[in-house]
Write a protein that binds this ligand. Structure first.
Ligand code: SAM
Length: 471
């Protein structure tokens, strides 16, 4: 039975409803008046149901697909302007007791080096990340109650927030760790985390169980209901994602949107972000062993349709993707990108990219300075802002500001100010020159006079090295 308000995984991600949705989408994909009416609804920024969005995903009409892309671009501009939030992953430990068949950290992998950062090493990683200019991290760890218990994760979060090196500071720590209990989510919230991110990997229960043959992650229901427990524990910004390549993408897309509908129906607020990872080559993992890989074209269409279906949800693209793919999907709706990522444990302290503890190959291997310059050359404002969650703009408060369009008055000036900080503290000369010109031009675009005055005043202060406020 399908019930978005149910708290049982098999009911809010109903297999039968997904199959019925895929049949409906297939049967209606050539019904162009219906397709047009769905595109029109998306244009009113009302979002789309999983059924409506699935019809658009199935539609193969070239002209409609171009309209979907154009609309995704327009919605992206409307809600996110030209800002792109920057972050980096920080791997704490690759000890793991699970058996995930696509991940090299699986327990049976005996030749990958196992490593867990000490607090001194965490501090060194954080200093290396701060020295690049990063302000926002996503911490990552395998699941291992003995080697990486929650107490260890909490200790690492404390260490990360405590390091103030030169003008650096990590101002927001997002957390990507295994599904856990309400009590543990409460403790993460108390530790001051930003978003709790957990990828579903696949919404298809039977596939999920065979892709996770052993370990606590095998429990589909416990994993799928994790976001409800996180919200019960007080975390109101949660990040969803599927690992594209494991199952049929149309199935995953419907499941992902049903999950978002469920969170909205039960908790009154949908996901804060959606990530769109694709399987990559890794230590003992061959992506060719998974049958459901998707082309770059399909990947772009998925990103555009996520933008149409959940216009207020941020979308994240990692360095799993190449510069070229990232360029395309940033235009279509992605709002956050990682830069200069190392997916190994302790990788930031080392000159050369270490591969012995790496989770997967990184396609985009540019430095943060290069990523920032690249974004600005395309007309985007790289934003290092983290103000929202510290100012209490999370969950439904964030969403209502976003829906009314008021968020622009916070995000745009803050993005410029954090970019200015970055340019002064970390950028190379060519990057700084492009950035300063961009900031001056952008300042004129800030709509309200008083906001513009405050922003200009703060920019002036930063230029004189005065940092008496926090973003
Ligand atoms: N242990 C936590 C969990 O179980 O959710 C954290 C997950 S891991 C550090 C982060 C994500 O990397 C996983 O959720 C998975 O989707 C992704 N991942 C694992 N292996 C991958 C691969 N070979 N290529 C791309 N992404 C991969």
């Amino acid at each position: 039975m399908y019930d978005p308000k149910s708290l049982q995984a098999e009911e809010f991600i109903s297999h039968d409803e997904i199959l019925a949705t895929l049949d409906y989408a297939e049967a209606h994909k050539t019904d162009l008046p219906l397709v047009d009416s769905i595109i029109e609804k998306a244009g009113q920024c009302k979002g789309l149901t999983h059924r409506e969005a699935s019809v658009l995903l199935a539609c193969e009409d070239g002209e409609r697909i171009q309209r979907i892309y154009a609309l995704a671009e327009a919605l992206k501009k409307k809600f996110y302007g030209n800002r792109i939030v920057i972050f980096a992953p920080l791997y704490l430990s690759n000890y793991c007791v699970n058996g995930c068949t696509y991940c090299p950290y699986h327990q049976k992998n005996k030749h990958i080096a196992r490593k867990k950062l000490t607090q001194e090493e965490v501090a060194r990683e954080v200093i290396a990340l701060q020295d690049m200019g990063h302000k926002r991290l996503a911490i990552e760890a395998g699941e291992d109650p003995v080697n990486n218990p929650l107490d260890y994760i909490l200790e690492c979060i404390d260490t990360i927030y405590s390091i103030k090196h030169k003008n650096g500071a990590i101002r927001r720590v997002n957390v990507n760790i295994a599904a856990t209990t309400v009590e543990n989510y409460r403790r993460l919230k108390e530790a001051g985390i930003g978003t709790y991110i957990l990828f579903q990997e696949t919404y298809h229960k039977a596939s999920y169980e065979s892709l996770h043959p052993t370990g606590p992650k095998h429990d589909y229901r416990y994993h799928t209901e994790a976001m409800d427990r996180a919200m019960q524990g007080g975390i109101d910004d949660v990040g969803l994602g599927v690992l594209f390549g494991l199952e049929l993408y149309k199935y995953e897309f419907a499941g992902l949107l049903m999950h978002a509908e469920h969170l909205e129906a039960v908790h009154g607020v949908g996901p804060h972000t959606i990530s769109v990872p694709r399987i990559k080559h890794a230590d003992d993992i061959d992506p060719g062993a998974f049958d459901n890989s998707i082309s770059d074209e399909t990947f772009a269409k998925l990103c555009a349709l996520i933008r149409l279906a959940v216009p207020y949800t941020g979308m994240i693209i990692s360095t799993r993707e190449s510069q070229q793919v990232r360029e395309k999907v940033i235009r279509l709706g992605v709002s956050q990108v990682s830069g200069a990522s190392r997916t190994s444990v302790g990788g930031y302290q080392q000159e050369e990219r270490p591969t012995d503890t790496e989770q997967f190959d990184v396609s985009d291997q540019r430095t943060l300075d290069e990523v920032v310059r690249w974004l600005m050359e395309m007309g985007y404002i790289p934003s290092f802002c983290t103000a929202c969650y510290r100012e209490g703009r999370t969950g439904d408060r964030f969403m209502s500001l976003c829906k009314s369009g008021q968020i622009q008055n916070c995000c745009h000036p803050n993005a410029l100010m954090t970019l200015k900080e970055y340019l002064m503290d970390y950028a190379s000369e060519p990057t700084r020159a492009i950035g300063e010109a961009l900031i001056q031009a952008e300042l004129q675009n800030i709509p309200r006079d008083n906001v513009r005055d405050i922003c200009a005043d703060h920019l002036e202060k930063i230029a004189h090295g005065i940092r008496d406020f926090r973003f």
